[in-house]
Design a protein around this ligand. Structure first.
Ligand SMILES: [Zn+2]
Length: 607
């Protein structure tokens, strides 16, 4: 770059993340070993303190409770940091055996920590009404009242102390182990495909990236190769999925919970009314998106949309960006929203918080993980230069920004739920996507970028809806026994047709095997929170456009409140909206319909 005759060298950002800053030397790190040993020691003394902890008899116990919270925080921060780093090692190299072994170790430590947390919650919950109220009003604890009340409520909904602690310890091998097995199976899959006259062996992540290839034949062949790979191991995946679900259902049955949605709704601090209102508003507004899919299919020369064409580019000029260009593009548009988001993200690029390199043996997908003991985050993805990769990068930076906004908040009040977890990420993604449409230089480019935005609505209103329908129905059938792979394929195909408003010519029956989210044991129903976050952030975004520059501080105030109130209260306090009503959600959907209308207009005059 040249400025006033002086050559200004633009910073080159590393595409490989820096994990050495936490523990030098990868999974064999001595520093990591020492850290884990020290966590183990702290955990041991916390176990002693926790077992000596007695049911509070008066509000005077508040000092003791707050000390206990501080000890919990100390172990939690260090343990999750170790777990996060190890997760990063494995994501970046699925063949890292040492990391796999360490993951087992932190898994056990995590289970011990959960047991301690549970013990403390159960003991606290036994305090009588007067003592409890006194504790909640005390200077030491009143700042934690929301979370503490939630703890108490949860204890009352669950089984006895002994039973719950048995479940927690059995879940290491009997539950979470299935999720780890899934990751291992996927990591081993190699997709053989001929590209540019050369036989290539790709990881699942690399093959997935071919879904947006400009060549229809490559898209179809890579999709088929993937489907074949999932089919080849379908019985293993079906077994893992059935055991995960079986374990969950058995626990729910013992607790007397009749709905599989009870736990995810509790976790999301969301009412069923809100969830119903959201899907209701989406359900009655599918027509424009079906029309978009039909138009796109015709643009691609078919009558009806094929699954493998869903991500196909519709114009010749699909912009590609190098990683550096993608980074600068994101920063430029973040800057237009606010200085904090831009400054924070620039730092993340400069300090190598991001693993983006396109290479084999990486896990597919993208994620952002917190390193809470260092107040940092790390982002993982496979960047191949598409606009959708740029959006993913912005999305993950949004997650990291959420953690950044929460830095002044105590650990106890930072444990935000899934739905709001996807709010900051979607918001960041939207800034970049919207700005990109506005900045488009040609009509083809505008169509491509607009389409990228619509794709997102299709993902949240149709793809995620299909996952939700599939999972709800699968769990229903699982109650009566093992659901074989063949039936899972059927359930998935049905759910996809329904969620896509019958707009599909071919579907993706093995989607249940290919999608990691169904196998994440720590999180139940990792689907509807995405849609919630998308529509919720859309309405924040609309407010941001109304408010202009000063909005960033208000936005950060909302983010800081994400872990201390129900989503209904959060929306009421910061947006003045009642989200249990379909009208709220319909407003968000209407914004997305506008994109479709613009797209249809631009493509119809295209001829
Ligand atoms: Zn996300």
């Amino acid at each position: 770059m040249e400025q006033g005759g002086i050559i200004v060298k633009q910073k080159t950002y590393s595409e490989v993340w820096d994990l050495d800053v936490f523990f030098k030397g990868g999974s064999g790190s001595m520093e990591l070993r020492t850290h884990l040993d020290s966590v183990k020691e702290k955990l041991g003394s916390l176990e002693e303190t926790a077992s000596a902890f007695e049911v509070p008899r008066s509000a005077g116990a508040s000092k003791q409770v707050v000390d206990l919270i501080e000890s919990l925080k100390e172990v939690a921060l260090n343990l999750s940091q170790a777990g996060a780093v190890i997760g990063c090692f494995l994501a970046a190299d699925t063949t890292d055996k040492k990391a796999l072994q360490l993951q087992g170790e932190t898994g056990s430590l995590g289970a011990r920590f959960s047991t301690i947390g549970l013990k403390i919650r159960q003991t606290l919950a036994k305090a009588d009404e007067d003592t409890w109220n006194g504790l909640m009003e005390s200077d030491e604890l009143k700042g934690f009242a929301f979370v503490l009340n939630e703890w108490r409520e949860e204890v009352n909904l669950k089984l006895s102390e002994e039973e719950e602690s048995l479940i927690t310890s059995l879940s290491v091998d009997g539950y979470h182990g299935w999720g780890q097995l899934y990751d291992m199976l996927v990591g081993e899959i190699k997709i053989k495909i001929e590209l540019d006259g050369e036989e290539k062996e790709l990881s699942v992540g690399q093959a997935n990236n071919l879904s947006s290839h400009e060549n229809a034949d490559v898209r179809k062949r890579s999709f088929e190769a993937l489907e074949e790979a999932w089919e080849g191991k379908e019985d293993f995946f079906a077994s893992a999925l059935n055991h995960i679900a079986g374990f969950r259902l058995e626990v729910y049955k013992k607790r007397g919970w009749d709905s599989v949605l009870k736990e995810p709704l509790l976790r999301n601090r969301m009412s069923e009314e809100t969830l119903d209102a959201m899907w209701g508003a989406i359900g009655v507004n599918k027509a424009p998106f079906v029309e978009y899919l039909n138009v796109k299919a015709r643009m691609l020369g078919t009558d009806k949309m094929n699954w493998y064409d869903m991500d196909a580019p519709v114009t010749a000029s699909t912009k590609k960006m190098t990683y550096q260009e993608g980074a600068e593009f994101i920063l430029k548009h973040f800057r237009e929203f606010g200085p904090e988001l831009e400054g924070f993200s620039r730092q993340a690029f400069e300090d190598s918080w991001i693993e983006a390199e396109d290479r084999p043996n990486k896990r597919p997908g993208g994620f952002c993980t917190g390193m809470p003991a260092s107040e940092q985050s790390r982002i993982f993805m496979t960047y191949s230069g598409t606009m959708s990769n740029v959006a993913t990068l912005a999305h993950e930076l949004g997650h990291a920004f959420h953690s950044y906004a929460l830095r002044p908040v105590h650990w106890m009040n930072r444990q935000y739920a899934m739905g709001v977890a996807e709010t900051a990420s979607t918001f960041a993604e939207m800034i970049v996507a919207d700005a990109a449409v506005k900045a488009a230089e040609t009509k083809d480019e505008k169509i491509a970028l607009l389409e990228d935005k619509i794709q997102r609505s299709v993902a949240f209103f149709m793809n995620i809806h299909a996952r939700f329908l599939f999972e709800t129905r699968f769990y229903d059938e699982r109650k009566n026994g093992i659901v074989p792979a063949e039936r899972l394929n059927e359930l998935m195909a049905e759910a996809q047709q329904e969620a896509y408003g019958d707009a599909l010519n071919t579907v993706h029956p093995h989607f249940w095997a290919s999608k990691l989210h169904f196998y994440i044991t720590g999180v139940q129903f990792y689907n509807f929170p995405y849609t919630f976050g998308y529509l919720f952030s859309l309405s924040i975004y609309a407010k941001a456009l109304e408010n202009g520059e000063g909005f960033e501080q208000k936005y950060m105030a909302l983010l800081r409140d994400t872990a201390v109130m129900s989503v209904e209260d959060l929306a009421m306090k910061h947006l003045g909206e009642d989200i249990t009503k379909q009208e709220f959600w319909a407003k968000g959907v209407a914004l997305c319909v506008k994109d479709v209308e613009e797209f249809l207009e631009l493509t119809s005059v295209k001829g």
